[in-house]
Ligand binder design. Structure first.
Ligand code: 5GP
Length: 189
């Protein structure tokens, strides 16, 4: 998606270890106009997919997910990264975070991820695909189907996207980074 790619080249910052910082428009300050355009693009790309719910993980996925849910007029559920003591019917799994180099629990209530649900998973980044695989596990536990996965930015050099596509999942990424070697951002055309 042209507008996102241009913004990444203008405002994205590269950090050691293959991390792209987009704090200026996605992860800290947010650009709602760009966020809306990205959600419109997801709606276009998943137009022929049967979905009844949008699913994401807190915190960075919530903004794009709520925009998509708003446009599709569908409920949005965010999986939580801490186990709330009050959560009923909790489904949980463990996810390894490569940016934080530690594992954390993601959980969702079976009240909101239900058997027969067809969810569109939305998140900010796809790297090794650990968060996405955690979501697949939660969906399986719930008896729900992941009908598609949409990411704002995919880092192709970490290959999570290859794994998800090999599983037959419909994955859409609005900007694909080929490399961050030598702190240079190389985008796929
Ligand atoms: P994965 O589970 O696919 O390895 O990583 C995805 C998660 O890690 C995303 O939800 C995102 O929060 C975080 N992440 C991965 N790579 C980056 C990155 O380069 N920049 C930022 N800001 N977050 C990242």
């Amino acid at each position: 998606m042209k507008a996102l790619k241009e913004r990444i080249m203008r405002d994205g910052k590269c950090f050691d270890g293959g991390i792209l910082k987009v704090d200026n428009f996605i992860n800290h300050q947010m650009d709602p106009i760009l966020m809306k355009s990205m959600a419109v693009e997801f709606v276009r790309r998943f137009a022929s997919t049967d979905i009844n719910k949008v699913l994401t993980v807190e915190a960075s996925g919530i903004a794009p997910a709520i925009m998509v849910g708003y446009l599709l007029e569908l409920p949005v559920v965010f999986a939580k990264k801490k186990e709330p003591s009050t959560m009923e019917n909790m489904l949980a799994t463990s996810v390894f975070s490569f940016t934080k180099n530690t594992s954390y629990t993601v959980c969702v209530s079976a009240d909101y991820l239900r058997p027969g649900d067809r969810v569109l998973f939305i998140d900010d980044f796809l790297a090794n695909g650990n968060a996405a695989k955690g979501i697949l596990e939660l969906a399986e536990k719930a008896g729900a189907t992941v009908a598609g996965m949409g990411f704002l930015i995919e880092k192709a050099f970490q290959h999570g996207g290859d794994e998800l596509r090999a599983l037959g999942i419909h994955v859409e990424s609005l900007a694909i980074i080929e490399s961050l070697d030598n702190c240079q951002i190389k985008l796929r055309d």
